[in-house]
Design a protein around this ligand. Structure first.
Ligand code: FAD
Length: 314
């Protein structure tokens, strides 16, 4: 099986979810080509040059120096027509969601988005707000899938020595009519959630802004950073750069302590790659307990100060 993985340029580096897409490809029995497009193609190719891939195809063309939906569609349309891969994999990022449906329609190839597992030629994805898993298959000669954040672990990457092959392409400039503005960079504040070993994450269960201090006190004792679910940010209680989830940061700390967070899918996609998850919630049926390693059923306002004191007394 010939598998192509489309790598995303994330401010000059390979997007974390593109590495996870390579791991997804490596879990299948096939020969893998990675595709890098744009002005940073050399840096991106070099970043994956020690991975177990057959080749890295680099595309360098003035019309696709930076991302545009029609430019990327045009390039990939040609690559697919010429190379005829069986499977194309990418991370389920905002960029993917922008141009892959267009590519799917242009090449008449089915697209299965947001896949969490690949098993026996079946592509598993969550449906109905993650209440059910659907197994999808395709009898089309070529298929595109995107993989959900943290469904595959970037640390499982296999090493190798791929060839780096430039892919020469003539693009009709009339097909590339849009240009993108400078990529948006979120204000990261002075904290780095993505590289934190421990996160104390605060949800709506904290009840009011005045109660946030118990989360910060626990974080200080543990040497952790403080993150949050979206309602806490929307309420203006914490800065937006602390938000974890589909519209916030994707984190994978060694320990994720969730204080009063229910476990909505939009939150879970941003933190399920955490090594250990400890959730405190007064609702025993909280969906987050289903993916937690440790569950404490009770009131965060009562438990967190006691836990903090106990840790300080150690
Ligand atoms: C397009 C879109 C994007 C989104 N993006 C994100 C995102 O990036 N990140 C995100 O987090 N959400 C996101 N959301 C919102 C998401 O759907 C949920 O609404 C949100 O995650 C819920 O946050 P929460 O768990 O803190 O609050 P709730 O769902 O209200 O849960 C609060 C939890 O606290 C518990 N609780 C209450 N009081 C206590 C107490 N005293 N002690 C212990 N437990 C208590 C409750 O039992 C409950 O389980 C998005 C939604 C949409 C539609």
């Amino acid at each position: 099986m010939d598998i192509f993985v489309i790598l995303e340029d994330n401010h000059g580096s390979v997007h974390k979810m593109s590495i996870e897409a390579i791991v997804a490809a490596q879990s299948l029995n096939g020969s893998i080509s990675a595709i890098v497009i744009g002005e940073n193609h050399k840096d991106l190719a070099s970043e994956v040059s020690s991975f177990n891939l057959k080749e890295i195809l680099t595309v360098n063309n003035s019309l696709v120096e930076s991302y545009s939906a029609d430019g990327y569609t045009e390039v990939l349309h040609h690559i697919i027509n010429q190379k005829k891969p069986d499977l194309i994999i990418c991370g389920h990022t905002y960029q993917t969601r922008d141009y892959i449906p267009r590519l799917s329609a242009r090449n008449d190839i089915p697209f299965i988005p947001d896949v969490i597992e690949i098993k026996d030629n079946l592509y598993i994805k969550q449906v109905l707000n993650s209440k059910l898993n659907a197994s999808c298959s395709s009898d089309s000669g070529t298929l595109i899938i995107s993989v959900q954040s943290a469904a595959f672990n970037g640390e499982d990457i296999e090493e190798g020595t791929p060839l780096i092959n430039p892919f020469e392409i003539q693009i009709n400039s009339e097909k590339v009519r849009s240009t993108s503005e400078t990529p948006f960079i979120e204000d990261a504040g002075d904290i780095d959630l993505e590289s934190a070993d421990i996160l104390v994450s605060i949800g709506r269960g904290i009840e009011k802004k005045e109660n946030l201090q118990i989360g910060f006190d626990l974080a200080k004792t543990l040497g952790a950073e403080v993150s949050a679910s979206r309602p806490v940010v929307d309420a203006g209680w914490l800065e937006s750069y602390r938000q974890v989830g589909s519209s916030g940061a994707s984190v994978s700390p060694k320990l994720y302590l969730a204080l009063g967070i229910s476990g909505a899918i939009q939150h879970v996609v941003g933190m399920k790659g955490s090594k250990f998850i400890l959730a405190i919630n007064k609702d025993p049926d909280s969906p987050l307990f289903e993916i937690s390693d440790y569950a404490i059923i009770g009131d965060v306002l009562e438990i967190v100060p006691k836990l903090n004191q106990a840790l300080q007394d150690l």
